[in-house]
Ligand binder design. Sequence first.
Ligand SMILES: Cc1cc2nc3c(=O)[nH]c(=O)nc-3n(C[C@H](O)[C@H](O)[C@H](O)COP(=O)(O)OP(=O)(O)OC[C@H]3O[C@@H](n4cnc5c(N)ncnc54)[C@H](O)[C@@H]3O)c2cc1C
Length: 413
Amino acid sequence: MTGLPSTPRYDAVVVGAGIVGLATARELCRAGRSVAVVEAEPRVAAHQTGHNSNVIHSGLYYRPGSHKARLAVAGRDETVAFCRTHGLPHRVGGKLVVATEPEELPRMAELARRGAANGVECHELDAAGAREHEPNVRALAALRVPGTGVCDFRLVAEKLAWLLAAAGGELMLGRRVLALVPRRGDVVVRTEAGDLLATRVVCCAGLHGDELARAAGGPDPGVRIVPFRGEYAGLRPPADGLVRELVYPVPDPGLPFLGVHATRGLDEHVHVGPNAVLALAREGYDWRAVRPEELAATLAYPGLWRLARRHWRVGLDEVRGSLSREAMAARVRRMLPDVRAADLEPAGAGVRAQAVRPDGTLVDDFLFHRQGPVLHVLNAPSPAATAALPIARKIAAEVTGEQEPAPETAASQ
Ligand SMILES: Cc1cc2nc3c(=O)[nH]c(=O)nc-3n(C[C@H](O)[C@H](O)[C@H](O)COP(=O)(O)OP(=O)(O)OC[C@H]3O[C@@H](n4cnc5c(N)ncnc54)[C@H](O)[C@@H]3O)c2cc1C
């Protein structure tokens, strides 16, 4: 070919070194492809993967038959096995989903049905049964899910990066991808530090997923990523003794990502959160992080206003919970009545990359969008960290056209 004699060439380029991109690149390496991962930040797991609740989800919540249900259930087992094989810290202590109001009881029964349909072990408990597991909760009834656990997804991502490099994959950090240009059966990946050539490209760009889909020049992906910040508070001692493992509310089916929960992490600290407020930049980790251009583009999106019109009350409540410790404590008290505002201290935040349709509905399931040789992961919210290993196998099969490989055994990891 003329024109690009020295451009490095790969079978596949993966954009984004979060857990989904790294797991995907490693699967493609396992399938014998030459692979490079290109990441804008100087380190892996810099965004969602490194700023989340670190819960290994069981697959309880998700609509039977959805990607989320299938991939989270498989991902739970595979994440636990991966941590075990590689000596990464994790703990499977189970979680309790508590119904605190009578109107939540039918929703809890529906959750139990979903759990059963998804093959997730869960047990229905009365108030006394709930208190046997979590003595400090207030509950009318509860669901106990013994398979839920915690790990450190940043460490999982770092291990995936190490395994990728050991298998011959390349990791290019601090190099933002600017555009994807199809050319004579290949794709030119334009980056800040020069071009790469790839036969296939997989974009796992999280908060920038929709921008890259538009930068690839194909038809509009039909959704926009709206960044929703989730803020956490830590429980100071002795209030941290009020929680043994994980305590969750019954989710609102209309807004399933809402719901402040309490989690005992691997370091034994208990955090509560996350709430959900509009971030004023794609990487807007607090109220001071504002990028006027990004904010203007978010505010110009009709889908945001349709979403806001439908859920403005909930939205205001979330902002109140962000600005007032007392409001946050009041929410936690629904499940843990002894928590006081003075027990809470700020404990960081993450920003969710949530795809929103122009009609204002949230894309609930994982969303994959194909543009010829480029595959975009356009919606990979929670539980995509849990589900990353099977998501990666699914993507690799789609990219290579080969059968979805079996999960790795401990020996091959
Ligand atoms: C508050 C919160 C709590 C959560 N809790 C859980 C949980 O308990 N359990 C669970 O399973 N999931 C949870 N999740 C979801 C989970 O964190 C995500 O699903 C997962 O991390 C998505 O991984 P990713 O690789 O797709 O995205 P990311 O980790 O965001 O990675 C995307 C990467 O792409 C890079 N990038 C973007 N644009 C470009 C570009 N142009 N060029 C090069 N690189 C680029 C970014 O820098 C980033 O590193 C939570 C998420 C949040 C925000």
